[in-house]
Design a protein around this ligand. Structure first.
Ligand code: HQG
Length: 179
């Protein structure tokens, strides 16, 4: 499989595991897990393709493990819009975190703070380069905002770190943001 095929499959797997499992005949459990065999059937993909996407994924978006019943299962590590409880435990963030976005959104963000939109959390990156790549998805000029995560944590805001290293929090009020 070439890189383009991997990206295409990764996007469809994200759709199936984060947003529209019903379209693929899937019913994720509370934690967002589905049996690997069901995903393969629902997406009409092979095990070789699945392993290539999971192992070759630039952001390690998918996690494989074995459920309590011994059945192999898979879920997206973050980014859901369907209700899931990822079972993450609160974690102490680094002093600064970063959020990349399009320039068009910046005035609104600096007026009202960062909101989670359709997802469960606001997504923050631990380094500027990653944040820049996230912002570049919007097309057009990118702005990377700096979040004073240390001050947020001191003030009682709770942070989580997903299995693939994305920092998550409910919202970022304006006071903690710098453009
Ligand atoms: C913006 C990808 C106006 C926010 C990435 C963002 C990430 C506001 C957009 C993950 C706003 C939401 C998440 C406000 C927030 N006014 N715009 N007050 N507050 N926004 O896609 O963070 O590839 O839901 O700046 O790598 O861009 O899918 O969030 O532009 O980790 O694994 O609202 O998705 O990961 O967009 O990206 P998104 P995001 P995957």
């Amino acid at each position: 499989m070439d890189h383009r095929d991997l990206v295409r499959l990764s996007k469809r797997m994200s759709l199936a595991l984060r947003h529209e499992p019903g379209r693929f005949g899937l019913t994720p459990d509370r934690g967002g897990w589905v049996p690997v065999a069901d995903l393969l059937a629902g997406m009409r993909m092979t095990r070789v393709q699945l392993d290539a996407v999971v192992l070759g994924n630039d952001k390690q978006r998918f996690a494989l493990d074995r459920g309590p019943d011994g059945v192999e299962r898979i879920r997206a590590s973050q980014g859901h819009s369907i209700p899931v409880d990822l079972g993450l435990t609160p974690a102490a963030p680094p002093d600064h975190l970063y959020h990349g976005t399009g320039r068009a959104a910046v005035d609104s963000i600096l007026a009202t703070g960062l909101h989670r939109g359709g997802r469960h959390h606001v997504h923050l990156s631990s380094d500027v380069d990653t944040a820049r790549r996230v912002g570049a998805r919007r097309g057009g000029p990118v702005v990377v905002l700096t979040v004073d995560a240390a001050a947020m944590a001191r003030d009682g805001h709770v942070f989580y770190r997903s299995a693939n290293g994305v920092w998550l929090t409910d919202a970022v009020p304006v006071d903690y943001l710098t453009a």
